[in-house]
Design a protein. Structure first.
Length: 245
């Protein structure tokens, strides 16, 4: 596809799946997900929560460990969190068998994490920062939630897939779901052309297209870690382009 043709096409879609990407032309409509490169990577850019926000925000009536996110895509597993139901005031503690940390005195459905700035766009639950939050092992953990030194909930998982949230049912079984996954119908189109490329190895196509955008850029996908593309999106938003992630 020639570069001048980008501006005249009706739709531009960029779908990032791990490192592979597909681009289809227009006023940039890009397809990918929450930024995981840094806490302020897309400042000023609009974006929906990347999990089932409504379900994750609804608290239960009993204390429970609802979900875990032990294996983020970000370097160093930055952005780990645990979702808890805390129906009554504490004090609560979270224990992973190697350490125990005091939790904030909050109630309801809460995502506790050492990196709240990274987590707020990943869950519909209230996010609470916890200093000294235990690191969650990718290979598995047994977690305990304690209130007044009494265990009120336990949860266990093994072999956490990268970029997936593990949700526990009432029996303690865990189901993994990719953060940001949606059940949308397949949409087909014709009459356009497409260019295949990979990120982060060859970002020029995406960056040049975003630089040329004068109306909108829509981004959706599974992982997004290109700082160069993130900067291009920030600059587009600053010049008045509607940018949505």
């Amino acid at each position: 596809m020639s570069r001048p043709g980008f501006r005249s096409l009706d739709v531009l879609a960029l779908v990032v799946l791990l490192c592979a990407a597909l681009l289809a032309g227009a006023v940039p409509h890009v397809g990918a997900v929450p930024s995981v490169g840094g806490g302020s990577a897309l400042a000023g850019v609009q974006g929906p929560a990347a999990t089932d926000s409504a379900a994750m925000a609804a608290p239960g009536s009993e204390a429970a460990i609802v979900a875990v996110y032990p294996n983020p895509v970000a370097d160093g597993d930055r952005g780990e969190f645990v979702v808890l139901d805390l129906p009554a005031a504490g004090p609560y503690h979270l224990d992973d068998g190697e350490g125990r940390v005091a939790l904030p005195n909050v109630t309801g459905r809460v995502a506790v994490t050492a990196a709240p700035a990274l987590v707020r766009n990943l869950t519909g639950a209230r996010v609470a920062g916890v200093a000294g939050m235990p690191a969650l092992a990718n290979g598995g953990e047994r977690l305990r939630l304690l209130r007044d030194d009494e265990t009120v909930a336990t949860a266990r998982y093994r072999d956490a897939p990268e970029g997936e949230l593990g949700r526990f049912d009432e029996r303690g079984a865990v189901t993994w779901r990719a953060v940001g996954r949606t059940d949308r119908p397949v949409v087909t189109g014709s009459g356009g052309s497409a260019t295949a490329f990979v990120l982060p190895d060859a970002p020029d196509v995406a960056v040049e297209t975003i630089r040329d955008a004068d109306e909108r850029v829509l981004l959706a996908g599974y992982t997004f870690s290109s700082r160069r593309v993130a900067r291009a999106l920030e600059r587009a938003a600053a010049r008045g382009v509607r940018v949505r992630v």
